[in-house]
Write a protein that binds this ligand. Sequence first.
Ligand code: CP
Ligand code: NVA
Length: 301
Amino acid sequence: MNSLLSVCDVKDDVLDIIKLANDFKNGKIEKEPLKDQKLAMIFQKSSTRTRVSFEVGMYELGGTALFLSTNDIQLGRGEPIKDTAKVLSRFVDAIMIRANKHEDVVEFAKEADIPVINGLTDIEHPCQAFADMLTIYEHKGDFNRKLTFIGDGNNVSNSLLLICACLGMDFAIACPKGYEPKEDIVRKGKEIAKKTGSEIIITSDLKIALKDADAVYTDVWVSMGDEKEAEKRNNDFIKYQVNSNLMKLAKDDAIFMHCLPAIRGKEVTSDVIDGEQSVIYDEAENRLHAQKAILYYYLKK
Ligand code: CP
Ligand code: NVA
């Protein structure tokens, strides 16, 4: 069964999905295309945007969504992933999962008879990346651009690296040594980039990363699941705070992006995230349009 576990799973269709999201946003898709279809949404971690965008999205597509926190379903008491996936496959048309471990979502997808969508794991956040690319398209008009991520080589930056590679966009990440994206992600991204012509830069040097950047992106230093390392991380990332001096190293008209939730005063200062260059609420809104495009792509018969 086709599933969206990684941006790589749809690497040849990335642009089509973004166009579809743009069409949804502009009211160009027929009404209720997924009438009566059902989405199960399993959450092992907290969420505002992912939960609400999938739930509202499914409603607007004519279907319905079920919110299943692992505290409430038997999975949280140790029911095997296999049995949960097989049983849900008899009730609903697709499963969206936000999970602690990426490998659990991979197992879900293997066992399910319906599409499984990754709503964030420790390794990737593909749904966020689609919303982000729609946002860049809206603000910049094309993908002949450079996105610079400042901070942790985490789930969000991994998916951004891959989606930029798919679109032929240049991607740079500036991070402290030891916080680089996973080797496997970099290897896959560079393989795709060879064909599309994008440049991928992994560096600890802020100036190199930010040179000619059209979009400056950051995310929390302490992701969900990293709480035990909070003190060390908050020290290690201090020089990588996105503030007005750092923004000056990018292009004058660069936009500022953040997947949210953000911690003002840590990874970004208030003047930047609440300033004129910031597009954070467009990005958040675009989760809805991107989620509808992804659901349509997988479920439209
Ligand atoms: N950006 C994002 O995924 O937000 P939530 O954690 O609120 O879903
Ligand atoms: N990197 C963050 C993203 C939250 C949307 C986390 O995993 O907590």
